[in-house]
Write a protein that binds this ligand. Sequence first.
Ligand SMILES: O=C(O)C(=O)Cc1ccccc1
Length: 416
Amino acid sequence: MQSINPLSGSIDKSLVRIASTPGLGLTHHRSSPSRLTVKCLDSANGGRTRHEWQSCCAVLASKVASQQQDSKKTDGGSTGVATVNGHQTFDFVPINGAVAKSPFALPKPLSISDFSAVPLHGSQLRVAYQGVPGAYSEAAAGKAYPNCEPIPCDQFEVAFQAVEIWIADRAVLPVENSLGGSIHRNYDLLLRHRLHIVGEVQLPVHHCLLALPGVRMEHITRIISHPQALSQCENTITKMGLNASREAVDDTAGAAEYIATNNLRNTAAIASARAAELYGLQTLAKGIQDDSSNVTRFVILSREPIIPRIDRPFKTSIVFAQEKGTNILFKVLSSFAFRNINLTKIESRPHRNQPIRVEDGGAKQFEYLFYVDFEASMAEERAQNALAEVEEFTSFLRVLGSYPMDMTPWRPDMEE
Ligand SMILES: O=C(O)C(=O)Cc1ccccc1
């Protein structure tokens, strides 16, 4: 029997090779006179080590800082110029006659082809999230690390990469919601990348319907938001009798920012009260989620796993592929049941590396990967024994992380 390393917890079998993210190299170019951008290269084209990355980032950061100084001088110093998270910003601009904080006053999201170098801020933990300021993921980052520097990214993939290339220390990723269910794409990303889950955050989510100041409910013909937010509010919106199309965008706060930036008077966003404040929108309705107890679960990702402990409640997340045979899933689940280990989640996803198995008689079976969360620490013998047994029924098994459970007492009226 193969032994399990309780730290990394990985038991990769040679039969199934799940590709880890290739090593990334770094180059930089100027995309505009005042903006330095960073491009990623595959390691095959001359990748760099982690330490080289760190020094590259530091060099880039100082170049950006000096460029910002230079452009401030040449611009002659425009009124209301400020700095947020080390980014040059413009403080207050009028939107539709109202004085609101400009979307441009907030840190710009990192994008995959244009990695703006983020200044390194001493010992402050940098937490990457998908979206723009005001997104629920930013609130989740703040709940996990109250003094962190949140780093907005335009895609989840970019948030993963930001950690992998040391631009950020952690990434925060929504994985499931009590009303909307699992965020499937993020399960796939967990497998594709080699980051470790080091924590979880459960965030009560209270959605608002936001529009430009002066816009009334009857003007709204379009509602835009993150697909999860649209699905969490679907019944309420239908009951409100709004004759509006729904459109999915990358994140809730991004929807609010889009309305403000484009002065869209027929469009409303589903987003947080904080997004309304940041982008100068008014709240047409609040608490529009279909159930007041609407909670989103986020996982916190890091380059290194944490050391599992037994002095507080821990959860462990695994992913596995079944070995050929009968009742495999039942056998796997019974490995936990016999040891009184509670399962909190099971999710199946298509096995993209090997989506179909052709049986002897020609029947085609779809192949799945199973994601399971259970309430035990990898430091516990019962968890190690359960996984050793699971390994016998699986062709691939990986521990995504063993981490403290979010035990924050919860009330439906807790506002985010
Ligand atoms: O779009 C956001 O604000 C996110 O952080 C993703 C999300 C969307 C809806 C509920 C919880 C998280």
